[in-house]
Design a protein around this ligand. Structure first.
Ligand code: PRT
Ligand code: ZN
Length: 210
């Protein structure tokens, strides 16, 4: 038996469920249940907040998970990734108010930056020799400059319309992300075998879409 953790409700949910179904795995899902069992594959599905998925998989509470690389790397467990899934593509970017001068990343030296990704951003700034004050907030990061909390932000971008709508300009791509399958480090031999079957099916689904 394998336990797979997926996002309960959010941007990853629909594509995660669709991928499992496209792998030929049948299950009944109801929005009230936090757990369901597949009827034709030894798989149990847990529905969780995406932020909790890397930790549960690292600890072996779940054997597998589907999560964005942004959340996985921020949580500090990049080594759990076993398969890139090709959906929920986005980037983590730095942005500043549209009217502000910005020649290079050196412009952020000593500035206040609001983000939900202090670990990924901290590493990126250090690599670029920039010291800044990071303010960690968990949501609505894009309003930080307009309320005087920070001079810049670092947040997830896909179309860019949220930045635009908040008068911000994307200036650096810090990290590129997509959804990935992750696995706990101590699977049994049988579980490893099931994981390989699952990966094989996932790869076939992706190939069929190209
Ligand atoms: O409740 P829970 O904690 O489970 O969900 P969540 O609210 O933390 O996450 P959710 O559902 O918003 O996103 C889940 C994952 O989807 C993220 O971790 C990313 O890997 C991926 N993803 C892909 C995105 C986006 N695209 C995205 N556009 N996550 C967030 N956004 C947000 C972004 O933060 C910004 O506010 O959408 C806004 C920007 O979108 P654009 O199109 O205007 O640029
Ligand atoms: Zn989340």
């Amino acid at each position: 038996m394998l336990r797979l953790a997926i996002q309960k409700s959010g941007r990853l949910s629909e594509d995660s469920l669709a991928l499992i179904r496209e792998c030929g795995i049948n299950f009944i899902s109801s929005s009230y249940k936090l757990k369901t069992e597949a009827t034709n594959f030894p798989l149990e599905i847990l529905f969780l907040r995406d932020d909790d998925i890397p930790g549960y998989v690292q600890d072996g509470v779940a054997d597998l998970g589907i999560v964005g690389q942004n959340v996985l790397v921020e949580a500090g467990f990049p080594g759990l990734e076993v398969e890139a899934l090709g959906f929920s593509k986005c980037r983590l970017s730095l942005a500043v108010p549209r009217a502000d001068a910005y020649a290079s990343i050196a412009a952020l030296q000593g500035k206040n930056i609001a983000t939900s990704y202090p670990n990924i951003l901290g590493r990126y700034l250090a690599e670029n020799g920039v010291q800044a004050h990071l303010h960690t907030i968990s949501g609505s990061v894009e309003i930080a400059p307009s309320i005087g909390l920070a001079e810049a932000i670092c947040d997830i971008v896909s179309s860019g319309s949220t930045l635009l709508g908040n008068g911000l300009r994307e200036v650096e791509t810090v990290f590129r992300s997509e959804a990935v399958l992750i696995a706990q480090p101590n699977l049994t031999a049988e579980q490893t075998d099931l994981l390989e079957q699952l990966r094989f099916r996932m790869q076939a689904v992706r190939r069929a879409k190209r």
